[in-house]
Design a protein around this ligand. Structure first.
Ligand code: NAP
Length: 253
């Protein structure tokens, strides 16, 4: 229960789904967690469940000024910053013929620009703390193509290689900051529910999601959160620039 004892973490998208699960597991393992999300009601609810010393800070990840404020507030209130989990994200499922430039910019603004701004914003306080760990939520859609999600695939592919670039720069600069990407398949969260419920036959869509992974089920939030705790902890001290699938075997096929 002490795998990240005393470390300070910011978790974006912490109001819901995978981010919420990561906030809860990091807190259970001893971290002091800042839940950062644009959903103020949901984010505050998560922090109320977690109790002291955890905090909620409102953040739109597409805002550079917002990132500066949240990072400064975190260091002011909790004294340091050791871990960043970039979990905020959005999805639109439309093929290339139906995807508009507005869709493309919206998805890439949150999923790609948001992660870029986050990685950039935390380097100074992590250096001051003597090191740190950045964990970026990409997707299996950052490893393989999905016909109905060109903008989402592009944004998650960007996260995959941004992660490796940050990892190499930090390693060569001697910062003791690691950066890794996590690639889930279908995880049972409100994001996936929205896709399933938007399908013409939701029960059929859920079955298809379950059958997509050789392990024969959708992932649970904790399947991802356990990996994130490992990457956040010193157990993974020799792991950087890695892309780790948590996908029930989907990308092994
Ligand atoms: P989720 O349940 O929808 O949670 C995402 C959270 O991010 C929500 O609280 C959302 O707030 C917040 N958010 C969205 N845009 C934001 C912004 N601009 N600034 C700050 N917060 C913002 O989604 P999830 O399924 O947990 O997904 C988490 C991450 O995992 C995403 O990056 C997603 O792409 C990735 N992922 C998910 C799956 C999956 O199957 N679920 C698979 C692979 C990868 P609102 O509710 O206000 O939008």
């Amino acid at each position: 229960m002490h795998r990240v004892e005393g470390k300070v973490a910011i978790v974006t998208g912490g109001a819901s789904g995978i981010g919420r699960g990561c906030a809860r597991r990091l807190a259970a393992e001893g971290a002091h967690v800042v839940v950062a999300d644009r959903d103020e009601v949901g984010g505050q609810r998560v922090v109320d469940e977690l109790g002291t010393p955890h905090r909620f800070l409102a953040l739109d990840v597409t805002s550079e000024a917002g990132w500066k404020r949240v990072v400064a507030e975190t260091v002011k209130q909790l004294g340091r910053l050791d871990i960043l989990v970039n979990a905020a994200g959005i999805a639109i499922f439309k093929d290339i013929e139906r995807t508009t430039l507005e869709d493309w910019r919206l998805i890439n603004g949150v999923n790609s620009d948001g992660v870029f701004l986050g990685c950039k914003a935390v380097l100074v306080p992590m250096k001051a703390a003597g090191g740190g760990s950045i964990i970026n939520l990409s997707s299996v859609a950052g490893l393989i193509g999905v016909a109905d999600a060109p903008a989402y695939c592009a944004s998650k592919g960007a996260v995959r290689l941004l992660t490796k670039s940050v990892a190499l720069h930090a390693a060569r600069s001697g910062y003791n900051i690691r950066c890794n990407s996590v690639h889930p398949s279908f995880i049972d969260t409100p994001m996936c529910d929205a896709v399933i419920n938007g399908a013409p036959d939701p029960a059929k869509a859920r079955k298809a999601f379950e059958r997509a992974a050789p392990l024969g089920r959708m992932g649970q939030v904790d399947d991802v959160a356990h990996l994130v705790v490992y990457l956040a902890s010193d157990e993974s001290r020799f792991v950087t620039g890695a892309e780790i699938a948590v996908d029930g075997g989907l990308t092994a096929m």
